[in-house]
Design a protein. Structure first.
Length: 284
C-alpha cells in the first residue's frame, strides 16, 4: 500500500465534496473532483472559488484562489480518478448509494489506493464489504463548512488496517485538521451520536411547546458555550440529513433516545429542510 498520498479524488461536488476538494488543493494536492453531471461540478467549483475568495480577502489563504482552483480537475468520468492515491466519497447519506459508489471505485482505482468515506453515521464495515479491499477502507468524517471546521473523525471498519488509518490521518492532518479515532464501528460514531441525541431532544421540546427554537438555541449557546444551537445546526446540516442519521443510529440502538420525532418527519415531507430550502426552524 502506498504510504504517501500523492493525489486525491473526491466523489461528489456538493457542499462537503467541494469543501474537501478545496482543503486538499489548498494543501498542495492534485485533486480530481467527480460528479455525475456538469451542472453539479460547476456549482462545486464555483463554491470553491467563492470560499477561497473570502479566505484570501481575510488574508487566510497561502496561495491565490486561482492557484488553488488550478489544482482541481473536474470531470464526469470516474476513470479520471484511476491513478489517485486516496479517494474520498462525499455523496448522499444513503447506504445503497454509497455502496454503489464504492463498488465502482473499487473497479477503477489502483490496487494500493485507499477508499475513504465522509459518512457521518453509516457503518464503515458495510461500505467496505462492497469492495475487494476492506482493509483499505476508512471513515474520514469532515465537518461543514470543511475549510473552517478543524475536526476530522477517523473511523475504523472491522478490517481497516493500521496502515490505512495512518494514510487517512496523514491526509487529514496535512489539510489542517485535528483527528480523533473511533475504534469501534458503531452507528453514528462519536460526534453524530452526541449531536443527534441533542437535536432530537431539542426538536421534541419544540414539538411539545416547551420552548421556542430561538430560546432553545440561546440556552445552548449561552448556557453550554456552544457556538451554534442544535436547531440552528439542523438547519445548516439539513433536516433530512439529520433524520437519516437519527434513523441509522436508532436502528442499531435500543430505546427512544435517537428516534426522530414527528415534527422532523413532517418537515422533511414538506420539503422544509433548513438553509438549502430557505426554511427550516428558521427562515433563511
Amino acid at each position: 500500500m502506498a504510504d504517501v498520498v500523492a493525489s486525491v479524488g473526491v466523489v461528489g461536488a456538493g457542499l462537503m465534496g467541494a469543501g474537501i476538494a478545496q482543503v486538499a488543493a489548498q494543501a498542495g494536492y492534485d485533486v480530481r473532483l467527480y460528479d455525475v453531471d456538469d451542472a453539479s461540478l460547476e456549482r462545486g467549483v464555483d463554491a470553491v472559488a467563492a470560499s477561497t475568495g473570502r479566505l484570501a480577502a481575510k488574508g487566510l489563504l497561502a496561495d491565490s484562489p486561482e492557484a488553488v482552483l488550478a489544482r482541481i480537475t473536474a470531470s464526469t468520468s470516474l476513470d479520471s480518478l484511476a491513478d489517485v492515491s486516496l479517494a474520498v466519497e462525499a455523496v448522499f447519506e444513503e447506504l445503497t448509494v454509497k455502496q454503489q459508489v464504492f463498488r465502482a471505485l473499487d473497479e477503477v482505482l489502483g490496487p494500493d489506493a485507499v477508499l475513504a468515506t465522509n459518512t457521518s453515521a453509516l457503518p464503515i464495515t458495510q461500505l467496505a464489504e462492497a469492495t475487494s479491499r476492506p482493509s483499505q477502507v476508512v471513515g474520514t468524517h469532515f465537518f461543514s463548512p470543511v475549510p473552517l471546521m478543524q475536526l476530522c473523525e477517523l473511523v475504523r471498519g472491522r478490517e481497516t488496517s493500521d496502515e490505512t488509518l495512518q494514510v487517512a490521518r496523514d491526509f487529514a492532518e496535512r489539510v489542517g485538521k485535528t483527528c480523533i479515532v473511533v475504534n469501534r464501528d458503531v452507528a453514528g460514531f462519536v460526534t453524530t451520536r452526541l449531536i443527534t441525541a441533542l437535536v432530537v431532544e431539542a426538536a421534541r421540546l419544540v414539538e411539545t411547546g416547551v420552548a421556542t427554537p430561538e430560546d432553545i438555541d440561546t440556552a445552548c449557546r449561552l448556557g453550554f458555550g456552544h457556538p451554534m444551537g442544535p436547531l440552528e445546526t439542523m438547519d445548516l446540516v439539513g433536516i433530512d440529513v439529520m433524520v437519516n442519521a437519527a434513523d441509522n443510529i436508532a436502528a442499531e440502538t435500543p430505546g427512544e433516545t435517537f428516534a426522530a420525532p414527528d415534527v422532523l418527519r413532517s418537515m422533511v415531507a414538506a420539503g422544509t429542510l433548513g438553509r438549502k430550502s430557505g426554511q427550516g426552524f428558521y427562515r433563511h
